[in-house]
Every structure is written in C-alpha cells, then in structure tokens.
Design a protein around this ligand. Structure first.
Ligand SMILES: NC(=O)c1ccc[n+]([C@@H]2O[C@H](COP(=O)([O-])OP(=O)(O)OC[C@H]3O[C@@H](n4cnc5c(N)ncnc54)[C@H](O)[C@@H]3O)[C@@H](O)[C@H]2O)c1
Length: 266
C-alpha cells in the first residue's frame, strides 16, 4: 500500500545487489511511495546483471561507483545532479564487506591490510559520500540520509569480527556528520540497526543461521525482515521524521532491549 510519503522526492540508493538485499527492498518501497531513484553499486556487482533488472523496473539510472573511490563518488553525484536537475532529498548507504571475514580470520588474528579495507568499504565510504555530497551541493535542504548497522557495533558477537569495529565507526560518522549537515542544511543523518537478515552479506558471517535463530527467539516481535526495514527507512526519508537525527535506531523486533527470553530458559 502506498501513502505517497515520498512523492516529489529524489534519492540515491546504494548496495542493491539482488532481491534479497535490504537496499533492493528500500528501492522498491521508495519508488512505490512516489520517489524517483538513482541506483549505484560497485562495478563488479553490476556485472552480475541483477541490479540492471531493478533499474529497468524503477526506470532508474544505474551508476557504477566503488564507494571507497572519491573520483567515483564525484561522478555519482555529478550524474545525480544532472539527472534530477538539482540536489537529492535522500541517500541510503547500504554497503558492507570484510576481507577478514571472507578469509575466515578471527578477530584477534585479523590481517591489518584487510582491516583497512573493511573500515574503508563499510564505514569510511559513508564519510566520503557525505563529504563529497556536501562539497558538491548535492543534498537538498531538509533531506534525509540513512546508513545500515548491526548491534555488534554495541555488543559482542564474536563471528562479526572486524565488521563490529566498522559499524561502531559508521555510527559515529552518522552522529558527527549529522551535526554539521543538520546545522548547515537541516539534513538528517540516521543509522538503522537491523536484525540479522538473510542476504549475501548477512549469510557470509560464520554461524549466521544460529545468530538469526537466537535473535528471532530473543525478540518479542521476531526478527525484522528486509521488507519491514524498507518501510522504516522510507519513513525516515519522509517528512514525518523531520526532527529525528544523529540516532542509531534499532529495527530489530525488540532484540536490543532483551536480557533473555523465556524460550531460551529451557
Ligand atoms: N544482512 C544482515 O544481517 C544485516 C544486518 C544489519 C545490517 N546490515 C547491513 O546492511 C547493509 C546492506 O547489506 P545486505 O545485508 O543487504 O547485503 P548485500 O550483500 O545485499 O549488500 C551489500 C552491498 O554492498 C555492496 N558493496 C560492497 N563493496 C562495495 C564498494 N566498494 N562500493 C560500492 N558498493 C559496495 C555490494 O555490491 C552489495 O550490493 C550493509 O551495511 C550490512 O552490513 C545487514
């Protein structure tokens, strides 16, 4: 059902890899709510072809950009400014990757070159998107920017490894940049901390199924789905949340407030 929440709004959505991706759901939902979308993903992801299908469905340009690369981000905003004829009202950062996790390196034994890559792709890319967008005048007054995190930024989930550090940095960047963009442009910057979700990135974590089942049992509402996450992100893009900024908002069925659930007491 559409409420027309994003009618007349224009935005950039990163990270829609396939139909399991959280960003894929957000793109569909934002479009349904009346937004015009520009999609972007890493060049290597675009070779797989699925993002192209989404772009066609949404009548959206699809711009290749490695979000660790400033020149790619500059081109991305140039394209957006040209395509929309002005600045964007919303941005979704939905990007994460850890070479340490991919190579099975435990947290105490991480490789430091990989660690730099994890932080660059999963957190510093957000700062870069905000810095370049601000410099290019690409954010409309009163706009809304959202990035996705996981509760391992706050609590220990051993197999989440160096992604935990990346998410803690991501949440800090949202807070810090939220201050500056709020003062300058009335732009909101928030983090949505999402339940375990069966996506390519999510299921790449060792023990994902056990983490998913545990969170599902612990959460009074059960795990939040990617589709529900999209609803929440769209609400944050909308004017209905115009005074919410610099927050880490838990979209997790109540998990983050739990100690132990009755089901787990045996
Ligand atoms: N799946 C979960 O359990 C879960 C839970 C909480 C938060 N998140 C976060 O949600 C976000 C989206 O992940 P997802 O679960 O939808 O998985 P996904 O694998 O569908 O999306 C990750 C995206 O990051 C993109 N990407 C990787 N490196 C990039 C780069 N250098 N430049 C541009 N794009 C790049 C990938 O191409 C992919 O589209 C991530 O930030 C992830 O950490 C996921």
């Amino acid at each position: 059902m559409s409420y027309g929440l994003l009618r007349g709004k224009k935005g950039i959505i990163t990270g829609a890899l396939d139909e399991k991706s959280i960003a894929w759901h957000v793109a569909l939902r934002a479009y349904e709510e009346g937004a015009q979308i520009l999609l972007t993903n890493a060049p290597v992801a675009l070779r797989l072809g699925q993002p192209q299908a989404l772009a066609e469905k949404l009548n959206a340009p699809l711009i290749p950009a490695d979000l660790t690369q400033i020149p790619d981000i500059e081109k991305l905003y140039d394209e957006a400014l040209r395509h929309f004829g002005g600045p964007v009202d919303f941005v979704l950062h939905s990007v994460g990757m850890s070479p340490n996790i991919r190579k099975g390196k435990s947290y105490p034994e991480i490789d430091y070159d990989f660690y730099q890559k994890t932080l660059d792709v999963s957190a510093i890319s957000f700062h870069k998107m905000l810095q370049v967008g601000r410099r290019k005048g690409a954010f409309a007054r009163g706009g809304s920017i959202v990035a996705l995190s996981y509760i391992a930024a706050q609590r220990v989930f051993p197999k989440y490894g160096d992604m935990s550090d990346a998410k803690a940095l991501l949440e800090s960047i949202a807070r810090m940049f939220g201050y500056f963009l709020g003062k300058e442009l009335g732009v909101r910057v928030n983090i949505v901390s999402q339940s375990p979700t069966p996506t390519t990135a999510g299921t790449g974590i060792a023990g994902f199924e056990a983490m998913f089942d545990y969170a599902n049992k612990m959460s009074p509402l059960g795990n939040a789905s990617a589709a529900a996450c999209a609803d929440f992100v769209v609400a944050l893009f909308s004017d209905l949340t115009r005074s919410v900024t610099m927050q880490t908002l838990y979209h997790d069925g109540g998990f983050s407030m739990m100690g132990i659930a009755e089901e787990l007491l045996g």
